[in-house]
Ligand binder design. Sequence first.
Ligand SMILES: Cc1ncc(COP(=O)(O)O)c(C=O)c1O
Length: 552
Amino acid sequence: MIDPLLFTTATVAGLYTATRAYQRIQLSLAKHPSLTGHTRMAKRVARMIPGYAYDESRFFDSDEAPLEIVARRRKAFAELCTYYDTHYTHSAALTAQAREGISDLQFTGAYRVPFQYSAYLRRHLRLGSFVRASSGVEVEDLDGNRFLDLTGSYGVNLLGYDFYKECIAAGAAQVQALGPVLGQYHPTVADNVQALRRISGLDEVSFHMSGTEAVMQAVRLARYHTGRTHVVRFPGAYNGWWEDVQPGPGNPLAPRHTYTLRDMHPRTLHVLATRKDIACVVVNPLQALHPNAGAPGDSSLIDSSRRAGVDHEAYARWLSQLREVCTARGIVLILDEVFVGFRLARGGAQEYFGVRADLVTYGKTLGGGLPVGVLCGRADLMKRYREERPVDICFARGTFNAHPYVMGAMNVFLKHLESPTMQALYDGLDERWGRRLARMNDAMAAANLPVRVAGLSSIWTILYNEPSRYNWMFQFYLRRHGLGLSWVGSGRLIFSLNYDDVQFDEVVRRFVAAGLAMREGGWWHAQAGASNRQIRRSVLREMMARRFFGRA
Ligand SMILES: Cc1ncc(COP(=O)(O)O)c(C=O)c1O
C-alpha cells in the first residue's frame, strides 16, 4: 500500500520538475539559433578560436586567387601604403607614438579587420587617429586632409559639428556664473526636464554621465519595482557595455540574470507571457536594421554574408506586441534610444514606430556635444524609495550628473529641437534619406560594383553582393578617397542631417572612385564557384587546423 503523503509529495515534485523542464525548453526554443542567441556558447567558442596571423603571402592569396590577381593586389597595396605614408604623415606618426599609452587605440587598431590580416596590415598601412578641426560636414587631420565625415561621432553628430560647437559655447555662457558646482542645480536643469517630459511623453527624468549608466539605472529600477531578477535583451543588440546587458564575448563573466531571446519572434512573446522572473525587456530600435545580428563591424567581415534592411511595419508591429505582453505581465518595457533618439523623429523611436515605453534612455546627441545619459520614465517606476519601507531604497548617484556645462549645452540642443527649423528638417526626413540611399545604390550598380547600402534613415551599413574575403579592404579605399569612417569600417556609416544634396553627391562620387580602385586592385576577384558558405568553411577549417595541429 502506497503512503498517501508520499504519493502526494512525489506527484507535486514531479509536476514541479515537469513544469520547470517545460519552461526551460520554452526558453531554449526562444533563443536565436545563431551564436548571437547563445551567449554562453559564444563565449566558449570565442575562447577556443586560436590567434594566428597571415604571413605576407597568405595576406594576399587567402582565397587562393590566381598569381596575376595576387600580383595586382600586391601592387595596389604598396600604392595604398605609399599614399597613406605621404598624405597622413603627421597623424600617423602621433598615432604610432601615442599608441603605447592608449589602450583604446591599441584595441580599435587591432580590430579594424579580421584578425588574421590585422598584424600585416598594421605593419604596413599606417593609419592616423588624430584630427584637429571640423567644420560643415568635414573633419581635418593633422596633415590638413579633409574627410567627409561618415563616422557621426558614434551617433552624437546629428546636426553638424558647427551646431554642437555653438551648443557648447552658448551653453557654457548660460552657466558660466555658476561654473562647475555640483549637487545643486542650475536653473537650466528645470527647463531641460520640462522639455524632456514633453518630448518623451513620460513623467520624470534622471541625469547620468553616459548612455551605459542610463541603461543601468533603467534596469535597476525595473528590478526594484517588479521584485524580479531577469533582463530580456535581443541578439546582437548593443545597450552599452554594462555587465547584464552585454553578455557573451567581450564580458569576462558568464550571463547571470540575462535572457537573450529572439527578436521579432512569437516564442519570445511566449516566454514573456509565461515566466515570472522577468523584470524588463530592453530594446535598441537600431536592431530594426539587422534583427538578431550584431553590429556589423569589419573585424568579422570574412565573407559577403552581411545582411540588413528595415521592414518598418513589421518592426512597429513587433514593438506593439512587446508592449502588449509587457503590460499584461507587469514587465517594464525599456526603449534604449541612446543611439537613435532624435535621429528618426523628434519624439524618437517611440514616435517613429508608434510605441509607448515605460522607461526610455537617451544620450549621445542630447548632450549638445558633451557627455550624457538620460533616463525618462513613468513616475511610479522612477521612484527610488518606498514610503512604507523607507530603508528599502534603489540607490543611484553619480558625481557629475546634471553638470551645469552639460545642462547648458543640452538646453541649447533641446531649444533647437523644438524649433520650427528642426521641424522642417524632420519633415520628409525618411524620404530624403531613402532617396539618397537609392541614389547610392544606383551609382554602385551603374559602376558594376559589388557594393550596396542599407539603412535606417541616416544610419547606413555597407553590404557586399559577391562572395569575397577582402571586403574589409574597402574601408581603406574609402578613407583614401576622403571619406572619414570610424574604426568599425564599412559596417556603420552615420550621416549628420546637415549633409546637403551637393555634399551627398560628392560622397557618392568618392564611393564610386573608391570602389573602382578597389576592383582595379584585384580585391574583388570572383573565384569560379566561390560562395559565402565555402569561404566560411575554409576559414573554419583553417582555425581548426591551427587549434589542433598548430598550423593553418
Ligand atoms: C543603444 C545604445 N545604448 C547605450 C549605449 C551606451 O552609451 P555610452 O557609450 O554613452 O555609454 C550606446 C552606445 O553606443 C547605444 O548605442
